[in-house]
Design a protein around this ligand. Sequence first.
Ligand code: GLP
Length: 242
Amino acid sequence: MKIIRAKDYQDMSRKAANIISAQVIMKPDCVLGLATGGTPVGTYAQLVDWYNKGDLDFSEVTTVNLDEYRGLPKEHPQSYWYFMNENLFSKVNIDPAKTNLPDGTNLDTAAECARYNGIIHKLGGIDLQLLGIGPNGHIGFNEPGEAFELETHCIDLAPTTIEANKRFFDGNENLVPKQAYTMGIKTIMQARKVLVVANGKAKAQAVKDAVTGPVTPACPGSILQLHPDCILVADEEALSLL
Ligand code: GLP
């Protein structure tokens, strides 16, 4: 894993956006795997800024997102579709027909996972997958203990993830959905390039375990040590235990 040190959140965001920009410029019709959460917000803002300056063109880009809460409709302000629309899709010239997320309102788990896997396969896989990392080492919503060989599947959120994400639901854990659809580790590992972003002290242990710990489902991010082209862009605090 290649590690790029950033001074702070803004520096991390700019460096990550640079890597994504390079992908879009080198292959305008690339497939970008996108992530939600607080960490990539600055990265998307930087991409939007460069788009507004005329430096980026998303017209041929296709996107597939990592995950979506099961049960939340697109219009829910905490759905990942809503997040992507707010932070990126509505702000650049991406074709809405080329943006893909799991459908949280399809409660037929088998059908929804098959549909989403079908999309990714038909696209020929992912050129660059952006990832955040959970405080417990999760990637996408692949929680500790998940089998590495899965594609899109439905998971029960770990109590610590519900706790970490309740900040987005008025601080009320009862409002946080308890399940999500997520791309599996197999799908993530098949991406041709993986870009992980991490910032802040709360991620230091997860980053340490993912980068230097044993490769184990106990820390899903640790599998990335085996990816042939994985870049971690992290700030000083997130790298403080390495
Ligand atoms: C969420 C998302 C992940 C994200 C992670 C970290 O639960 N499903 O894709 O990477 O947790 O989120 P944050 O960047 O807000 O710390």
